[in-house]
Design a protein around this ligand. Structure first.
Ligand code: A3P
Length: 311
């Protein structure tokens, strides 16, 4: 099975790109969480960049970020929080994990992974581990469209034709996408968040768009950094939202660049920022495609409390 030009492997029901197999295996077998680690989790294109930016901004809201090098005022969010399954074996990540703090001066460490819950390192999932997980999920139709743009951009070349939307939908519905199937991935995190709400926070991209202040407050409380309920607290929430916003990040010179991420050179820094809308799929999917995804969503989620209305 191929994803664009790259071979994929299936392990325990989920698909992974060939080039990441070593890194994934090393992360799964070697990673040792600290008690206060925060692991951000997502399937690609469901709001990873936003989640990273929000967490970073919440944690650093009292810093003078304008003055700092390692800040969202100057950097791409992915350069502040590395993705374990992509770059675990790089020297930078190994150094990073050894150092006292992942980002600038404040504990806890923030790390990110696209792995499904059942594939996380045992040390992270075990009952005795107190490290926390924050998952962000997004509606399947906007996710498929976002993936289509992204993967055509990073895997495309003059000699490789773009994948059509039809075949993107086909792959998505068949579960054959990196880290897919989509539904099993999202349901695993959802169920764990119901079972252990103190360990796993489950956020939805659409909810963050609809009621950003409310959900950013929820996120901050989960991270142990709640905002005050007074006017000062409200102002801090607004500042965090502004610093993490798509419009601001998109306009930074560094994020306009087609230069690749240091830890994943095939991914241009600009490729994480596009429209960021809810329902933008309407411009890309035919009614038949949308109907097919809706039927599958209903079928896949029917035994869970997570329903179609959630998306
Ligand atoms: P679209 O392609 O629909 O525009 P990921 O970060 O998981 O790779 O997901 C990328 C999607 O999130 C893209 O969606 C992108 O535009 C959107 N996005 C990136 N940064 C964002 C931010 N700060 N706030 C809201 N959406 C953001």
């Amino acid at each position: 099975v191929f994803w664009h030009d790259e071979k994929m492997h299936q392990i325990d029901g989920f698909w992974y790109l060939d080039s990441l197999m070593e890194s994934i295996a090393a992360f799964r077998s070697q990673f040792q969480p600290r008690t206060d680690d925060i692991l951000l989790t997502s399937i690609p294109k469901t709001g990873t960049t936003w989640l990273i930016a929000l967490c970073h901004s919440i944690l650093h809201r009292h810093d003078n970020e304008e003055e700092e090098e390692d800040s969202l005022m100057k950097m791409n969010p992915h350069e502040l929080v590395p993705t374990m399954d992509i770059s675990y074996l790089t020297d930078q990540v190994q150094e990073h994990l050894k150092s006292d703090h992942t980002t600038t001066t404040t504990s806890p460490r923030f790390l990110h992974t696209h792995l499904p819950y059942s594939c996380l390192p045992e040390a992270v999932r075990s009952a005795g581990s107190s490290c926390k997980l924050v998952h962000v999920a997004r509606n399947p139709k906007d996710t498929v469209v976002s993936m289509w743009h992204f993967y055509n951009k990073i895997f495309g070349s003059e000699t490789t034709p773009d994948v059509t939307m039809e075949s993107a939908v086909e792959g998505f519905c068949g579960g054959v996408i990196p880290y897919g199937p989509f539904y099993e991935h999202v349901v695993e995190y959802w169920e764990e968040s119901r079972r252990r709400p103190e360990k796993v926070l489950f956020l939805k991209y659409e909810e963050l768009c609809r009621a950003p202040n409310e959900h950013v407050r929820r996120l901050a409380s989960f991270l142990g950094k709640p905002f005050g309920s007074d006017e000062d607290g409200d102002a801090e929430v607004e500042k965090v939202l502004w610093r993490s916003s798509l419009n601001r990040l998109k306009e930074l010179e560094v994020n306009k660049s087609d230069e690749g991420l240091e830890l994943a050179p095939i991914i241009p820094k600009s490729s994480f920022f596009r429209k960021g809308t809810v329902g933008g799929w309407k411009n890309y999917l035919t009614p038949q495609m949308a109907h097919r995804i809706d039927l599958l969503t209903e079928q896949k989620l029917q035994d869970t409390i997570l329903s179609l209305d959630d998306f």
